[in-house]
Design a protein around this ligand. Structure first.
Ligand SMILES: Cc1cc2nc3c(=O)[nH]c(=O)nc-3n(C[C@H](O)[C@H](O)[C@H](O)COP(=O)(O)OP(=O)(O)OC[C@H]3O[C@@H](n4cnc5c(N)ncnc54)[C@H](O)[C@@H]3O)c2cc1C
Length: 382
């Protein structure tokens, strides 16, 4: 999460501080997007008695699948546990492994050394929560009054206020606007005056989904409780491809595991694509996506390509997708009353997120605390 204006040294100067922030001890904050970033920020504001409204385009909290599972560990997890209100209950209840009593576990496999198995698991030396996204969102939604069915379409900013306009014709006005609406952020476009900083990554990707039970479920749990990466360590960086196989969630009776895998490969042509001329995966049929995945992994040992074999053709969603990256630097952003956080500021792409995510998450919380402190600080005496 990047609270851009705070990172921008210009905002440290008094003349750049929006007038109301200096005059008003408790600015009203508008948050766009009730995803992980927006909801986390909302809780921080609520705990600090800063008034806010949070708007989400979906008609309700269950309107759409929230994607798969998400890893929380290290300092990011400790910070989250320490700063979220106790009324939410333990974050452990979001685990994707429930009702199974198993620790989160990730394993790395190399197709050229199939016997090798290295990885990490949640234990007394370090806690890992692999959160099921819907559970995590439901956990974060507790105690918050999200205004659903509000799709932001336009932002108007003046020296005094910021007003947001929604697709349904309504609007809202506040002192600070935080865009937490993901990679295709309207707020970011407003800040950058229409400039688009979202770029296709040099990665091809295909996703397959399947429900497994009995021996098939047991085999996958044996590979890793939560997720595993399969790579070929002998290939050069330009020729790499990898499978990320993972458990999304378990059925209530514990007998079925809902799995997905993402096949990723280096695709140097992908950055040359755009919405009008997208990568071939975007226009491909389920049959074409399945055939490509089988071809790409045909040399993998059988037990490491189990998900590719088990996913039925209808388990490949058509149209497919192209991974996009967003990376903003503080110097690109003007100081002001409009900020962006989370994927709106820097998307967490699979290739770099594993290492950087805990780092970002930690700085996100520190920065959010700093905004909260500044927003509620008494104004300087004239
Ligand atoms: C394939 C893939 C795998 C990933 N795996 C992981 C993982 O294992 N672990 C991990 O930590 N991260 C993972 N990520 C990254 C993770 O998904 C994001 O970093 C995270 O969801 C960002 O949260 P956010 O709240 O910033 O944005 P989002 O989760 O995108 O939430 C944005 C919200 O804003 C709403 N919205 C959008 N536009 C508007 C609008 N105009 N008006 C109002 N509301 C709007 C959306 O409906 C949504 O609810 C993965 C990403 C991808 C693509």
């Amino acid at each position: 999460m990047l609270l851009a204006s705070i990172l921008n040294p210009k905002i440290q100067q008094e003349e750049h501080t929006p007038r109301n922030m200096a005059e008003n001890h408790s600015p009203h904050v508008l948050i766009i997007g009730a995803g992980m970033s927006g909801l986390t920020l909302a809780h921080q504001l609520k705990q600090n008695n800063i008034t806010f409204e949070i708007f989400e385009r979906d008609p309700d909290g269950n309107a759409r699948a929230q994607g798969w599972a998400l890893s929380l560990f290290g300092q990011a997890l400790s910070d989250l546990e320490a700063t979220m209100p106790a009324e939410l209950g333990p974050i452990d209840q979001t685990s994707h492994l429930l009702p199974l009593d198993l620790p989160a576990q990730f394993v790395f496999y190399d197709v050229t050394r199939p016997g090798m198995r290295v990885g990490v698991k949640s234990d007394e030396t370090g806690k890992i929560i692999r959160a099921h996204r819907q559970r995590l969102r439901d956990w974060l939604l507790q105690g918050l009054d999200v205004q659903f069915g509000k799709r932001l379409v336009e932002v108007n900013e003046s020296a005094e206020k910021v007003t947001v306009h929604f697709e349904d014709g309504t609007s809202a006005t506040g002192d600070i606007l935080v865009g937490a609406e993901g990679t295709r952020s309207v707020v970011r476009k407003h800040i950058l005056k229409g400039q688009d900083v979202m770029k296709p990554l040099a990665l091809g990707s295909i996703v397959g989904e399947v429900a497994l039970s009995g021996d098939d479920f047991a085999s996958q749990l044996k590979l890793a409780h939560s997720g595993y990466i399969v790579m070929n360590s002998t290939l050069g960086s330009d020729d790499q491809s990898a499978i990320f196989g993972a458990l999304n969630k378990v059925s209530d009776d514990g007998k079925t595991g809902y799995y997905y895998y993402i096949l990723l490969w280096v695709d140097k042509q992908a950055p040359l694509t755009d919405d009008k001329n997208p990568s071939w995966t975007v226009g491909a049929t389920s049959e074409q996506l399945a055939a490509f995945a089988h071809e790409k992994t045909k040399s993998y040992p059988d037990h490491l390509r189990g998900l590719v074999d088990k996913v039925p053709v209808k388990g490949y969603k058509s149209p497919g997708f192209q991974l996009q990256g967003v990376q903003l630097e503080a110097h690109q952003l003007p100081a002001g009353r409009v900020l962006v956080v989370g994927d709106a500021a820097h998307s967490m792409t699979p290739c770099k997120s594993r290492l950087q995510r805990p780092l970002y998450a930690r700085s996100e919380l520190i920065i959010v605390k700093s905004v909260v402190r500044r927003a509620s600080a008494p104004s300087p005496t004239p």
